[in-house]
Design a protein around this ligand. Structure first.
Ligand code: ACO
Length: 331
């Protein structure tokens, strides 16, 4: 039988644009209130990238921090995967742009698109290359500039999102540590609940498509809400079962940061007190593929996670998609 290696996160970093947009700022743009946004979502503030800043710029900064944390050079990387729904452009991939920025001369590079579940999809894909011995050093980035594809005149969506990037380095780790299991799923049948319909091959960019705002995020909020509540707890439990653990084994959970009511519902279902659940959506909103790695980075830096802890990462998003991973923290 082929030898399999244990794979874990050996470096982590994140980067957020400096500019903060508060609910009070948004009150001046659309018919909403700070009170509505806070009570319905838990969000108070979000970061917004400068108009000249693209997803690869945020990714590059997060990548440098993760590489420094892992203590490796970019030139040692074998593979870069960027998870994003807001690439710099259709092609070249954002991963290729990052490769050039950080001078990862020998790395292969590609993007993965699974919306807010993208980081967990990308980490699971990247893990396979190390597990089977094909690669040693893999960089996974979750990065978004959703501010660029949100209609700032649509109160249903513009209050929800923020920009940011998180990155991890995956390498071989001590046996029994690292990524113990992952569970990914998709429901393309209900994909239209969350979409950016314009700008692709179905509705290419025309003056009419732009006038009709088809290049902005469209969302059936209550459908996504119901789906999210159903799938978050289930995804976490499936991943636990795959590695033979139970709810009692969870030391910490990093959920996708979309809505505090969705996180509360998932925590209840998993019988987890909120002290074991990381929340930063009040400060950053929903950063799609960046939410999980940014939250994980902050949790690590705040010493909320220590070596040997069982950490559950769980996300849901457009596609529709979902993903979860159970880690035994190895640093
Ligand atoms: N300010 C004031 N009122 C608002 C706002 C706002 N910003 N947004 C919506 N409303 C109104 C609606 O128009 C509606 O009014 P109506 O009843 O007169 O039509 C009313 O508030 C209630 O709307 P609901 O949809 O019932 O509100 P709900 O409690 O469901 O909260 C929300 C809406 C926050 C969008 C919630 O449904 C949600 O969080 N859904 C999940 C969103 C999500 O997770 N998206 C992830 C996508 S990320 C990705 O994959 C890229």
């Amino acid at each position: 039988m082929m030898q399999e290696y244990a794979v874990g996160i050996t470096g982590i970093g994140s980067y957020l644009p400096e500019k903060e947009v508060t609910n009070f700022d948004i009150e001046k743009m659309v018919d909403t209130t700070d009170e509505w946004i806070r009570t319905r979502t838990g969000i108070s503030c979000r970061r917004v990238a400068d108009e000249r800043v693209a997803t690869s710029d945020l990714s590059t900064e997060a990548a440098k921090r993760a590489l420094a944390d892992a203590g490796i050079e970019a030139a040692e990387l074998d593979l870069i995967i960027v998870a994003t729904v807001t690439p710099d452009m259709a092609f070249p991939s954002t991963a290729c742009i990052v490769q050039s920025n950080i001078k990862a001369v020998k790395a292969a590079a590609f993007d993965i698109e699974a919306a807010c579940s993208g980081f967990l999809y990308a980490m699971t894909v990247g893990q396979q290359f190390i597990k089977n011995g094909f690669y040693k050093n893999v960089l996974i980035i979750g990065a978004e500039t959703l501010s660029k594809v949100v209609d700032w005149e649509d109160r249903n969506t513009c209050v929800l999102f923020g920009d940011g990037a998180g990155a991890v380095v995956l390498q071989r780790v001590e046996e029994g540590y690292g990524i113990l299991s992952s569970y990914l799923g998709a429901d393309g049948f209900n994909g239209s609940a969350l979409a950016q319909p314009g700008g692709g091959s179905r509705i290419p960019a025309t003056i009419e498509s732009v006038t009709n705002k088809l290049h902005f995020v469209k969302m059936d909020g209550s459908e996504v809400f119901k789906f999210a509540v159903r799938v978050m707890g289930k995804a976490a439990m499936e991943a636990l079962e795959l590695c033979g653990l139970t709810l009692e084994d969870i030391d910490f959970m990093i959920p996708h940061q979309a809505n505090i009511r969705i996180i509360d519902a998932a925590a209840k279902r998993l019988k987890l007190p909120m002290e074991k659940v990381y929340v930063n959506l009040d400060r950053y909103g929903n950063m799609s593929a960046a939410s999980v790695p940014v939250a994980l980075d902050e949790a690590v830096r705040e010493n909320r996670i220590k070596k040997g802890d069982i950490v559950v990462l769980v996300a849901f998003g457009g596609g529709l998609t979902w993903g979860s991973s159970v880690l035994k923290w190895s640093k």
